[in-house]
Write a protein of this length. Sequence first.
Length: 77
Amino acid sequence: MKTVTKKEVIHKFETLGDLAHGGETVIVTDGGKPWIKLVPVSKTKRGKSAAAFRTRLNRISSKPIAGVAEILDRVRR
């Protein structure tokens, strides 16, 4: 999750929109307090792709994930 100020939103809206569209949650603050949250709009009801899931797992995992088979293996543990 990324946190930015209201001023940053004015100057970087396209970049922040791209982050949200890519699956990142963006919190916009006002005076240091959360003000709004930018989240992606779900395109399908089937969920996110394996690549997006792998990207999210890599953010929280200390060991990078190579492919879909490894994702499934980790989820089944």
